[in-house]
Design a protein around this ligand. Structure first.
Ligand SMILES: C[S@@+](CC[C@H](N)C(=O)[O-])C[C@H]1O[C@@H](n2cnc3c(N)ncnc32)[C@H](O)[C@@H]1O
Length: 252
């Protein structure tokens, strides 16, 4: 059975997702107790794509994170490097444009997307900062970046409950319903090793994005970071976006 280590070797990560692909969405719904649906809605709102926009959904897996755009008639490209995840996605949603590609070396031209988004993917990428640079390269000037990722609960008591869930309950539940329970041990470990909200915001900003801000969801279990590629007209700046990193704000 495949599970990646915290080294996140691309071949191991891809093989692990190939393994979990058939039951990926079901297990997600169970383990998040249905929260993923709400989180996904908020991501789509943050992307704010309009008809005519071209959106890149990176590390799109089975395309669940890409579906809302396709449903709204927006041109979405679902890119991932796990062929197993892409196959499940293509079977389920033949209307979505699934593309095999590595986040650290994207098969797209410079300045070709109006928005770039990645949900629960960046943490799995071997070189996440290189992926942030690649996303910047393929985004048009002024394009929006939206990242949803597990993060750090903000209240100590909530953090304790959540860590207990992550390290004990989650692998136990996954062992009953997943085809690859050990991958959920990786999930728990990789979440704990991931930078907190401000740490990720610093990476995004350091890699050249501007107006970086984030919003905590479910008490900080998930954070949605957003930013813009410099060079736009400014019209696309989200309301309330922080102008400098030290101005970062959070909302519940
Ligand atoms: C947890 S899934 C998220 C799928 C989808 N975005 C969602 O919200 O359900 C993470 C995905 O990241 C993909 N991934 C990890 N590293 C990648 C890389 N370097 N390039 C492309 N995809 C990658 C995996 O193959 C997997 O499908």
């Amino acid at each position: 059975m495949n599970r990646a280590s915290l080294e996140k070797r691309p071949d191991e990560v891809a093989a692990m997702f190939d393994d979990v692909a058939p039951k990926y969405d079901l297990v997600n719904d169970v383990l998040s107790m249905g929260q993923t649906r709400r989180w996904r809605r908020i991501v789509v709102e943050a992307v704010g794509a309009k008809p005519g926009d071209r959106v890149l959904d990176l590390a799109a897996g089975t395309g669940t994170s890409s579906e809302p755009y396709a449903d709204a008639g927006i041109d979405v490209v679902a890119c991932d490097f796990s062929l197993g995840m892409l196959e499940v996605g293509k079977r389920r949603r033949p209307d979505i444009d699934f593309v095999a590609g590595d986040a650290t070396n994207l098969p797209f031209a410079d300045n070709s997307f109006d928005a770039v988004t990645i949900s629960f993917g960046l943490r799995n990428v071997n070189e996440p900062r290189q992926a942030l640079r690649e996303m910047l390269r393929v985004a048009k000037p002024g394009a929006r970046l939206v990242i949803a990722e597990f993060s750090s609960p903000t209240f100590p008591a909530w953090r304790t409950v959540y860590t207990e869930y992550l390290m004990r309950a989650l692998p136990a539940i996954a062992s009953k319903i997943s085809s690859n329970p050990s991958s959920y041990v990786y999930l728990a470990e990789s979440i704990r090793a991931w930078p907190d909200q401000n740490g990720l915001a610093a990476w995004i900003s350091d890699e050249g994005w501007q107006n970086v801000a984030y919003r905590n969801l479910s008490g900080g279990i998930v954070a949605v970071h957003r930013a813009e590629k410099p060079g736009g007209t400014g019209a696309g700046a989200p309301a309330g976006t922080a102008r400098r990193r030290r101005d970062l704000r959070t909302a519940g």
